[in-house]
Write a protein that binds this ligand. Structure first.
Ligand code: HEC
Ligand code: HEC
Length: 465
């Protein structure tokens, strides 16, 4: 008895502390953000256009630690808004102190690229394919189904028992069923919604549509850097645009590696597979400091180091996958012979690609409060309460032995979950039913009744004495 009153007061406390709020009547605008007319690349599939309802669900999923096996890691743990959705650490910390084998990638303008594959080594065929892979990674979020981990179906069961997901999936997709496809679509929409087009470069380009002409808002150094970035090496340029083409600064889908072949934590291993880069926008914060170390191995900690690398590509015979744009006849590698003034100009130019809104705009911010709670409000929600259009009574609560579900004749599926998302009871009923719950341990449970004719759900929390 004492134990139970503790649980009840804890729930009460949680309720009072709720301040993270999603207002379903006043969604953020993700679907018609302003995209400059000079931006033409777009990897959004026809079947997953951004929509405010689904992207709102994606935002909650992105920040939800419930997506990890032990509730400690969210996507946002390794993709932090304050760092352009990357991580200042070389190697991100996942579950149980495990760390990632490559550096986390900025998620800025992921949508605006010709390249449709994702990850440094392009192993995900699409963004939709990518977004659930961290969840299934033993070290990242732990629903791998290997090494004694639960699998993705266990995650679906867990999320299905969380009330705000019943609401949000219903709101986004018209029914409460959760599956991998819906999670993928929502997370991919949220990632694609993260866009940054308010940089000094964008101001310059909107005033001077000719990329090759000097921008009037640029310093002479920034204009020099822009020329060096755009022009290929035979004409005295640095050839960056050949692989990171403006104005998106996405990666050429056909590039091989760029001569950075290190492996985090090793001085001898090499990795030749990294042929993708995130957009070169927002490499630095508005305050000019890097958003995180650069390259797949996080081996570069300044922009000057990057320029020095391209100025003098290491000649390593073990690198059999070096892009031929960085090679020269006679087994030589690229030597640009840039002056230190030219190097600084390139650095200054790269800094003009930083925007400001992505670092602070609430539309991409954490929707949970400090205690990890979220509340969903809005009339859309109260209308949801009537979706279960059968009259129903569930009593008593708390229950000691028998729980009665009083409901008109029909066909229903009754499931009872523990608060941790384990399914305890699963049966079909056809009308009023008295269920013996003596075998359930004391605690708080979630009762879910699905009307099998309409697919509507009824949810109720109850306490077992
Ligand atoms: C433990 C840290 C960690 C977590 C958690 C994590 N990521 Fe990542 N993410 C990374 C790392 C590291 C990479 C690069 C890995 C690689 O290429 O091998 C990456 C790459 C990506 C990419 C590819 C970007 C590109 O331009 O190719 C996307 C998209 C992404 N993550 C989204 C997500 C989403 C969505 C989640 C949550 C479901 C998530 N990440 C969870 C660390 C993490
Ligand atoms: C042959 C194609 C190619 C050329 C030319 C090229 N790059 Fe890259 N760049 C890449 C690839 C591939 C990566 C990802 C490499 C990795 O992490 O292993 C990359 C990564 C980067 C990164 C790190 C991005 C991040 O998020 O960590 C920066 C910065 C960069 N390049 C700047 C430049 C500049 C500046 C130039 C011109 C001097 C240039 N690149 C020329 C292909 C190229």
């Amino acid at each position: 008895m004492k134990k139970i009153s503790k649980v009840v007061s804890l729930l009460g406390l949680l309720f009072i502390l709720i301040s993270g709020t999603i207002d379903l009547d006043d969604l953020f605008n993700y679907e018609s953000q302003n995209i400059p007319s000079y931006i033409t690349k777009d990897n959004t599939p026809e079947s997953n256009q951004i929509n405010n309802q689904i992207t709102t669900l994606g935002r909650v999923l992105f920040y939800d630690k419930n997506l990890s096996e032990n509730n400690t890691v969210a996507c946002a743990s390794c993709h932090q808004q304050a760092f352009a959705f990357s991580d200042p650490l070389v190697s991100s910390v996942g579950l149980n102190e495990g760390t990632t084998g490559r550096h986390s990638m900025r998620l800025v303008n992921s949508r605006f690229s010709n390249e449709e594959k994702f990850f440094w080594d392009e192993r995900a065929a699409s963004l939709e394919d990518q977004v659930t892979q961290p969840i299934k990674d033993h070290l990242e979020m732990g629903f791998s189904g290997t090494n004694g981990d639960p699998d993705f179906n266990d995650l679906i069961t867990k999320l299905s028992a969380i009330e705000y997901y019943q609401t949000l999936f219903e709101f986004a997709y018209g029914n409460t069923t959760i599956n991998e496809d819906k999670i993928q679509r929502a997370l991919a929409q949220f990632v694609r919604s993260i866009q940054s087009f308010d940089s000094k470069f964008d101001v310059g380009l909107s005033e001077q549509p000719n990329l090759n002409a000097p921008f009037s808002n640029f310093t002479p150094q920034e204009n020099l850097g822009k020329q060096l970035f755009l022009n290929p090496p035979p004409n005295g340029g640095a050839g960056c645009a050949g692989c990171h083409a403006p104005p998106e600064f996405d990666i050429d889908p056909n590039t091989l590696n760029n001569g950075v072949i290190g492996v985090i934590g090793s001085t001898t291993d090499i990795d030749l597979t990294n042929t993708r880069s995130p957009s070169l926008r927002d490499l630095v914060n508005p305050d000019g400091s890097l958003n995180g170390p650069l390259m797949h191995d996080g081996s570069m900690t300044s922009l000057l180091q990057v320029i020095d690398h391209y100025n003098n590509i290491p000649n390593n015979s073990a690198n059999t996958n070096l892009d031929n744009r960085l090679q020269r006849p006679g087994n030589q590698t690229q030597q640009l012979n840039l002056t230190s003034n030219q190097k600084n100009a390139l650095v200054d130019f790269l800094k003009t690609l930083t925007g400001s809104a992505i670092y602070t705009n609430e539309i991409w911010s954490d929707p949970f409060d400090d205690q990890g709670n979220i509340s969903i409000v809005g009339d859309q929600l109260s209308s949801n309460e009537f979706i279960f259009d059968k009259s129903i009574a569930v009593f008593p609560n708390p229950v000691t032995t028998d729980l009665t579900i009083q409901i008109e004749t029909g066909s229903y599926r009754v499931t009872i979950y523990s608060l941790l998302g384990n399914m305890m009871i699963d049966k079909e009923i056809s009308g009023t039913k008295r269920m013996n719950l003596q075998s359930l341990a004391k605690g708080v449970y979630i009762l879910k009744i699905q009307d099998l004719d309409s697919n509507n759900f009824f949810n109720k929390k109850f306490i077992k004495h």
